[in-house]
Design a protein around this ligand. Structure first.
Ligand code: C5P
Length: 300
């Protein structure tokens, strides 16, 4: 097997810096505007070509299904069915991103499979072709084809890339064994308002103009928090009653916390970067899972 028959891909986590729900759509999805941020932290996906049209999926996490319930495996099946009949691959996932935690792990894995197999099988599919497949797999999958910082619209699948942000440190905090189902969070929200997503519009405009501001990363982090809001917090907080108290406690420790996606992970920023590891150690001693990472360092 030649080296080009094996690919290793980083499959990053994400947070939503802002998430506004505009209205509930006829198809049951919610129209939204959100700014998604790729993180440095992620999974590792190894892809290698196998002879015949076999698709094999292996994962080192015992709780993750490896059959068709797995989004990454479904991504491989879909790509094979649409563009690569007769081709095969072995996918091996080293899972680090917590499952069903609001960090986009499954969506990220699915996008990595699409990108990886497109390269491995030399399909030369365009970003638009991959995006169409990605949107069919899940609302968050298209973002991971772009990564970086991006505005997502529609049900989350329409992506506009934004200027790259500095690698701001971020603490991810969650209770082990606490997972939240995204459909349940949306359902417990009972959304009956109609909004235009003005806050996201203002945030995006500020991000676009940011190059003109001669801020240090610390000052920028403080300003960023003024824009941050997540409409899914009400739904998640109704299902997991430990979360509001955790958020308040993090605030009292001088951090700037918010729910990540549909939760249950809370992420926190701090304009004094030194504080994050200290708080992380304290929470981890109390049984929380804590990950100290940063916005993606990837160039581009
Ligand atoms: O697209 P995805 O499969 O990730 O969505 C999971 C569930 O989350 C949907 O079935 C729906 O209940 C909810 N959802 C929503 N509006 C969105 C995205 C997801 O209501 N924009």
């Amino acid at each position: 097997m030649s080296p080009q028959d094996i690919l290793e891909l980083h499959s990053p986590a994400k947070i939503n810096l802002i998430l506004e729900i505009l209205y509930r759509r006829e198809d049951g999805f919610h129209e939204l505007k959100t700014v998604m941020q790729e993180l440095e932290y992620g999974d590792l996906l190894r892809i290698e070509e196998v002879q015949a049209d076999r698709l094999e999926f292996y994962c080192d996490h015992p709780d993750l299904p490896t059959g068709e319930e797995n989004l990454a495996y479904r991504a491989a099946l879909l790509l094979q069915d649409c563009y690569a009949r007769g081709r095969g691959a072995r996918l091996t996932l080293s899972k680090r991103i917590p499952i069903a935690a609001g960090l986009g792990g499954g969506s990220s894995n699915a996008a990595a499979v699409l990108k990886g197999l497109n390269a491995l099988w030399k399909l030369n599919l365009s970003l638009e072709q991959l995006q169409e497949l990605a949107a069919g797999l899940g609302s968050d999958v298209p973002f991971f084809l772009y990564g970086g910082t991006a505005l997502a619209k529609g049900r989350g699948e329409q992506i506009v890339s934004l200027p790259k942000l500095p690698p701001i440190p971020v603490l991810l905090i969650f209770l082990p064994d606490q997972a939240l189902s995204t459909p349940l969070v949306y359902r417990s929200l009972k959304w009956d308002k109609i909004k235009i997503g003005e806050k996201t519009g203002n945030f995006v405009q500020w991000l676009m103009e940011r190059q003109k501001l001669a801020n240090s990363d610390n000052v920028f982090t403080g300003q960023l928090y003024n824009f941050m809001t997540n409409d899914l917090e009400a739904g998640a907080f109704a299902l997991a009653d430990n979360l509001p108290a955790l958020k308040e406690e993090l605030k009292s420790m001088g951090l700037m916390p918010m729910l990540s996606g549909s939760g249950p992970t809370i992420f926190a920023l701090c304009s004094d970067f030194e504080i994050l590891p200290k708080v992380g150690n304290e929470l981890s001693a109390r049984g929380y899972h804590v990950i100290l990472t940063s916005f993606s360092r990837k160039a581009g």
